[in-house]
Write a protein that binds this ligand. Sequence first.
Ligand code: AMP
Length: 226
Amino acid sequence: MNIILFGPPGSGKGTQAQAITEQLGIPQIATGDMLRAAVRSGSELGQAVETVMASGQLVSDALIIALVNERLAASDCQQGCLLDGFPRTAAQAEALRDSGIPIDLVINFQVPDEEIVMRLSGRWIDSESGRTYHTRYSPPKVAGIDDVSGRPLTQRPDDTPDTVRARLAVYHETTNALVRCFADWEAASQAEVRPLRYVVVSATGSIDVVRSELSSLIEAHRPVAD
Ligand code: AMP
């Protein structure tokens, strides 16, 4: 099954992605994580995208499309995959559509902007393990320190309130065209064996409530051959 998680930064896509990949046994392809790994490694790609990412803007379509196409060609994606953070623009969605990979479900996570700013600006991470904390909702036992390793926590450079607002502005600028693209794709695919289904989900509930809603949605839209 191929699924796209789509929604503003901080809407909980990454958190829910973990449960979905376990439910279906498919890999998560999170373009933000792939780019951050490139930045950490100091590769040519990482150097090319570091400044753009830190400012909250999008990296170029050409670069991200090439990165995702290469990843989708890997053998672990043959049984399906979960795309998290891609496509983010209409051009990226068109490129994915042109690639011929059947997308079964597109889930649009909706969360109001002010909630997003609060969620992201309180987020702290142990960069080695990926463990995530929130100063208000899930604080570490000792402020600023990872519970398990004792390492100091870090904040993503693009999680400061000003950059979060810039990321939200970019999100709203690109969203209408992207939603139209999914609507066209959904309408055009209805006669196909694996039609695309586009669903909007309110993601303001607790992690468990959203998880159970997504789990039912996925079961209802699993392709027949799966
Ligand atoms: P994320 O972790 O998904 O919030 O992504 C962090 C940053 O990586 C974004 O603000 C962009 O700079 C970049 N990025 C991730 N995915 C994409 C994409 N599909 N298109 C363009 N830029 C992206």
